[in-house]
Design a protein around this ligand. Structure first.
Ligand SMILES: Nc1nc2c(ncn2[C@@H]2O[C@H](COP(=O)(O)OP(=O)(O)O)[C@@H](O)[C@H]2O)c(=O)[nH]1
Ligand SMILES: [Mg+2]
Length: 248
């Protein structure tokens, strides 16, 4: 089973083209397409995100609606715990942004790497062949700086912050056993870095594929508050680097 997790906050405009793209990707999957369930975690959006997600036919889509705006980390937590409850350890979970900037046609390549033995596959902006369209210079610099810093402190990947990843469900289940209530305890965007730093302790193989980032297709503004995310993430790295791998 392939689970596709979409954390979404006010993505009504982006959801239909994204899900239509996913439907096409599944129809054109090389070889036999995996059975696929889509889980949208709508963070109590003030637009029609949930209705937009349900409007696309031909997919097995479940929409979980949160109380308004609990944050990206809370949405990832809800979605991952849902998959752990209903999925098996051999299933794969692909998480990606719901803003239609992460092309679904990268999924077959990511899934193929996972099926060949990778525990975690990252769609990476820093892998040769990656293309970035429409991201401003400041955001590009911040993600580049994060990559440099994290590669020095915790070498295990090149792109630590991109949300487009394929996880083996068994690896996520290990995370819940190892970290208990502290697994998935970040409320905001730092969830991505935190999840990778935690899972790297168990993942035997973390691999990356070149990301095609279509920021030019995004409708609406980014939900990320760059300075707040940078500060939260730096504080998190400080705690992790000073030897508190499990803690809050
Ligand atoms: N559920 C939920 N999703 C969020 C929240 N903030 C952002 N997201 C989603 O997280 C993903 C990343 O946010 P996005 O605006 O694309 O950030 P950017 O790609 O870094 O500019 C998108 O799918 C958003 O809809 C939130 O507070 N709750
Ligand atoms: Mg995005």
């Amino acid at each position: 089973m392939l689970w596709v997790l979409l954390p979404a906050y006010n993505e009504a405009d982006n959801m239909p083209p994204l899900l239509e793209g996913l439907r096409t990707t599944l129809a054109e999957w090389p070889g036999e397409a995996p059975a696929c369930k889509v889980v949208v975690v709508d963070d109590g959006s003030s637009d029609d995100t949930a209705a937009a997600a349900r409007s696309v036919s031909g997919l097995d889509t479940e929409v979980i609606v949160h109380d308004p705006n609990q944050g990206l980390g809370a949405a990832m937590r809800t979605g991952i715990l849902h998959v752990l409850e209903h999925g098996t350890d051999d299933d794969l979970l692909v998480a990606l942004d719901a803003d239609n900037t992460h092309p679904t046609h990268l999924m077959p390549g990511m899934v193929a790497k996972a099926e060949a033995g990778a525990d975690l596959v990252i769609a990476s902006r820093f892998q040769p062949g990656a293309e970035i369209h429409g991201l401003d210079a400041f955001r590009t610099f911040v993600s580049q700086a994060a990559s440099w810093l994290l590669r020095v402190l915790f070498p295990c990947a090149r792109d630590y912050t991109c949300g487009y990843r394929c996880y083996r469900v068994g690896l996520l289940r290990w995370g819940t056993h190892r970290y208990g209530e502290h697994f998935l305890n970040q409320k905001g965007f730092s969830v991505m870095v935190d999840l990778l730093l935690k899972l790297r302790r168990k993942a035997r193989r973390i691999e990356e594929v070149p990301l095609l980032l279509r920021y030019d297709l995004k409708q609406g503004a980014s939900k990320m508050k760059v300075m707040q995310t940078a500060i939260t993430t730096l504080r998190l790295l400080g705690r992790r680097f000073c030897g508190n791998p499990r803690g809050p």
